[in-house]
Write a protein that binds this ligand. Structure first.
Ligand code: NAD
Length: 488
């Protein structure tokens, strides 16, 4: 196999604002504004896809599928590897764009670009390992072979909180498997997806293989995309309510669906835990992306003997956090994504205080700005909304647990099941908790579980399917079993 060409030098092309369909930039008759979350300033006016553009993208993906699926898998992988290299070569520009439309601090945006590229690199490798199998038959003269085939053109629906990574986590396995895609990014963050399309074009991903359409009418335009009969698979990352609707709608056409939905992660600190390590892990689990992460620690459950020590250590670290514009040096927490996000956090804090929670640090957000400083609440009870819903902001809710059984019962008392964190030094407790927690992922003395090498995904109402790892390919391939008679 020829070696991959060296990474190209970074370029600084202008912002792309139009749809990317069949290898070309397509302007529409209507545009919608993309705002800087910090001050609401309009960054760009982006083409709003209409029905004809959806249909054109679907037709392009269906046409391109015929050839792309038959490209040798290593060739598809090489293109993914080149796209990853291109992202890394351009990481400063990509990160700056992410800071502008998402608001996250520059350091985190650079981290996201690298994390996003890591999915492309991983699936570039996995493309070469889409193995089939042979199975001994029970019948004389028969051979059983199994091959993996791409499912077909896919619709990829992504949220705003990790606008590159949530897309590459789908794009990587889809393209590696031989599927073609139409990506529909969130209304708040279409520019990152369009920037990725531009890089895909530069590295020579063929026309129609990767299309991007943006819209401010998710239900109508997104709905048309998802309903198109040529679309054979839907991969959705976003809120649980929308995910359930997509699954119901997909039933009519029996499309494959994978869903990465909301979480309500417990962060358990047991009495024997290393409290400094727990506080350090809690900072990552809670405050990454200003708390706007599906794997954010939502419910802190602390065994009573550790309560004072953990809370004091955690608040000491929280006190050092700086809130501000994501592009300013030294900022740890950027603005929340929009006014609705601020209103939700305000409601959750007010509801908890009304119902008797104690304010240990910070002040309830006043709603005058999208910058929300950290708040720590204790004395949380299960009927408070903050315990039941995703906070999606820098608010810590702490509840005491009377012992191991109580901590576990509290942790599992939720419909969500994405991730759970537990801190303990006891080897047996580690195993007991890891096995008993109802979650797709468990961090044991670990506050960050996301990585391209591991299967990311939830149980219960947090979703279906896994992204990343070798299992990430499963959702984009179908098994075909071939029975061959070789003798009478
Ligand atoms: P959202 O559900 O509002 O939107 C997600 C995407 O779905 C967007 O692109 C949106 O335009 C689109 N959409 C909305 N309604 C649609 C419809 N009727 N038909 C088709 N598309 C539609 O979620 P959000 O606010 O953008 O993201 C935050 C949510 O995402 C949180 O709940 C978070 O936990 C979840 N999330 C989950 C993961 C995970 O991997 N499990 C990762 C990141 C975010």
């Amino acid at each position: 196999m020829p070696p991959s060409p060296p990474s190209p030098a970074p370029t600084h092309p202008e912002l792309h604002r139009d749809a990317y369909i069949d290898g070309a930039w397509v302007a529409g008759s209507r545009r919608f504004p993309v705002h800087d979350p910090f001050d609401g300033a309009v960054i760009a006016e982006v083409t709003a896809a209409d029905e004809a553009m959806v249909d054109a993208a679907v037709a392009a993906a269906a046409r391109a599928f015929a050839a792309w699926r038959h490209q040798p898998a290593p060739a598809r992988g090489r293109l993914l590897g080149q796209l990853a290299a291109r992202m890394l070569a351009d990481e400063d520009r990509l990160a700056a764009l992410c800071v502008r439309e998402n608001g996250k601090p520059t350091r985190e945006a650079v981290g996201e670009v690298r994390y996003a590229a890591s999915f492309l690199t991983w699936f570039a490798g996995e493309a070469e390992r889409i193995y089939g199998e042979t199975i001994p038959s029970a019948h004389p003269g028969q051979r059983i072979t199994v091959i993996r085939e791409p499912v077909g053109p896919c619709a990829l629906i992504t949220p705003w909180n990790f606008p590159y990574a949530m897309l590459t986590r789908k794009l990587g396995p889809a393209l590696a498997a031989g599927c073609t895609v139409i990506a529909k990014p969130a209304v708040q963050t279409p520019l990152c997806a369009l920037a990725l399309a531009e890089l895909a074009h530069q590295v020579g991903i063929p026309a129609g293989v990767f299309n991007v359409i943006a819209t401010d009418e998710a239900a109508r335009i997104g709905g048309r995309l998802l309903a198109a009969p040529q679309i054979r698979k839907i991969s959705f990352t976003g809120s649980t309510g929308v995910g359930k609707k997509i699954l119901r709608d997909a039933a009519d056409d029996l499309k494959r669906v994978s869903l990465e939905l909301g979480g309500n992660a417990p962060f358990i600190v047991l009495a024997d835990a290393d409290l400094d390590a727990a506080a350090a892990g809690a900072m990552i689990a809670k405050f990454r992306n200003t708390g706007q992460s599906c794997v954010a620690a939502n419910r802190f459950i602390v065994e009573e003997p550790a309560l004072a020590g953990f809370t004091a250590r955690f608040i000491e670290r929280i006190s050092a956090l700086t809130v501000g514009r994501g592009s300013d040096p030294g900022v740890d927490l950027g603005p929340l994504i929009d006014d609705a996000a601020v209103a939700k956090v305000r409601h959750l804090v007010a509801d908890a205080l009304d119902r008797g929670a104690r304010l240990l640090h910070g002040a309830p957000p006043d709603g005058k700005t999208r910058l929300v400083a950290p708040v720590v609440l204790a004395g949380i009870t299960p009927e408070m909304a903050i315990w039941r819903e995703e906070i999606f902001g820098p608010v810590v809710a702490i509840r005491a647990a009377a012992g191991e059984a109580d901590a576990l019962a509290q942790a599992n008392d939720t419909d969500a099941g994405l991730v759970a964190y537990v801190y303990t030094r006891d080897g047996s407790r580690r195993v007991r908790f890891a096995e008993a927690l109802e979650a797709g992922m468990v961090g044991v003395d670990e506050g960050l579980v996301s990585t391209a090498q591991a299967p990311f995904g939830g149980v219960k109402h947090s979703g279906l399917g896994r992204e990343g790892s070798r299992h990430g390919l499963d959702d984009y391939t179908s098994l075909k079993y071939i029975a061959t008679r070789i003798s009478g």
